[in-house]
Design a binder for this molecule. Sequence first.
Ligand code: PXG
Length: 288
Amino acid sequence: MKVFIDGRFYDEKNAKISVFDHGLLYGDGIFEGIRAYNGRVFRLKEHIDRLFFSAKAILLQIPLTHAELTRAVVATCNKNKLREGYIRLVVTRGVGTLGLNPNRCEKPSVIIIAGKIKLYPPEMYTNGMDIVTVATTRNLHSAVNPAIKSLNYLNNILAKIEANLAGCEEAIMLNSQGFVSECTGDNIFIIRGRQLLTPPLSAGSLYGITRATVMDLARQSGLEVSEPDLTRYDLFNADECFLTGTAAEVIPVVKIDGRVIGSGKPGPLTRQLLERYHELANRSGEPL
Ligand code: PXG
């Protein structure tokens, strides 16, 4: 595997970053997780847009333009002959002094890894997931805004650890007001009749790119889409529930905190949305 670091390609074993990089020392940096399907990078523009929004929020100057980053992602996939897989785009604050002042960092580093993706087990797509709500609440907007896809993912990791301790793969995180926010690496949706509901971004979720795509697909299928505040009660009493994310795509949820959701099997509208998502992902995106 060849890894892109600051304009050059390195073999996997030589792909290294300084221990003085503030990305490592303080989690000071941003990232994107992107997928390629069928020789195309899906929603690449949206991912690079979001990277620039994250950069703006943390006052990080990405040393490449939008167009240059697009070309670098495509070049990294091509260098690795990747037609299907996962692309991790990372921008760190760069090498600095032992002290958290970002102004002491020389220059941000851009890293692009194009490899294979670790997915949820296939049975979870056919049988659905069993998930739990965890005690760790979502970060406040006024602290570390959850909209920033930063290298500081401890809020999510703590929740993931709680899910794992409960024998689950994903955790529902509530915000400080007790409303449903999202999961540790996925947005959450419910279906009630012909309505598709997902928490508003103000509830503390990431502006998910799969989330936006699925909302478009649902509108095209004639579902009514809305973003109200949701409580656990709303989730328990939904007809269907699913999670969305670049890695997960659309994954059904059949049990939450011991409550069976709907029929206890992946619902028909969830399955239809997953199918439409695959169709779209396989025929659109930046060609490699
Ligand atoms: N919420 C959070 C907190 C995320 O990190 C999503 C929602 C879904 O967003 P997208 O834009 O992907 O639909 C994410 C994305 C990984 C991995 O390596 C994580 C994500 C995406 C890809 C890979 O665990 N999280």
